[in-house]
Design a protein. Structure first.
Length: 210
């Protein structure tokens, strides 16, 4: 299954993607992570991306999708993958289609903005591997240390209250139209995010198997 997860920042996409990845044995692909890896590894697309990043410019969609295509061609993606954080706009979704990337299902996790504002204040992220935690809902076993790699777990600047309001505004303008885009293609399922991770995941599994 080739899957896209949609939802506002703080809706729980990363946590649900990790659980789906474990259950279905398919990799969770974060565009931020693969972009950094391609630059580090000096691939052709990675070198193109680096030239933009070094100038402080946004990496163009076609370069990001080129890196994405390289990643999903790897052996571990043979049985499917989960795209987490891409596409963010309708033009990116159209570019994915035009480059022949097949998506089977798009899952939207819907959470009220006020809940997200409260939720994000407790979110913590590993500086080393990017694993996501929450001080209340999904705490680390050892305070401040990642369960997976032992890296430092911190609050991102993105999760500061004033930044969250701006990110939600950007999401509703740029990313929310993707919901209609994929609905028109008959690929969208919507899950209402619950108070706990397990409750949401139960609904996620039901939606994936529908």
């Amino acid at each position: 299954m080739n899957l896209i997860l949609l939802g506002a920042p703080g809706a729980g996409k990363g946590t649900q993607a990790e659980k789906i990845s474990e259950e279905k044995h398919i990799p969770q692909i974060s565009t931020g992570n693969i972009l950094r890896a391609a630059v580090k590894n000096g691939t052709e697309c990675g070198l193109q991306a680096k030239s933009y990043m070094d100038r402080g410019d946004l990496v163009p969609d076609e370069v990001v999708i080129g890196i994405l295509k390289d990643r999903i061609a790897e052996e571990d993606c043979r049985n499917g993958y989960i795209l987490d954080g891409f596409p963010r706009t309708v033009p990116q979704a159209e570019a994915l289609e035009n480059m022949g990337v097949q998506i089977d299902k798009v899952l939207e996790i819907s959470v009220d903005d006020e809940i997200i504002k409260t939720r994000l204040s407790g979110r913590r992220v590993c500086e080393s591997c990017g694993a996501s935690y929450h001080v209340e809902f999904n705490p680390t076993k050892e305070e401040g240390k990642c369960d997976k790699c032992g890296g430092n777990v911190v609050q991102r600047k993105d999760d500061a209250p004033e930044t969250v309001i701006e990110r939600l505004s950007t999401y509703h303008k740029a990313t929310a139209p993707l919901i209609d885009f994929y609905k028109s293609r008959g690929k969208l399922s919507t899950v209402v995010g619950q108070e706990n991770v397990a409750g949401t995941y139960k609904l996620v599994l039901e939606a994936l198997e529908a």
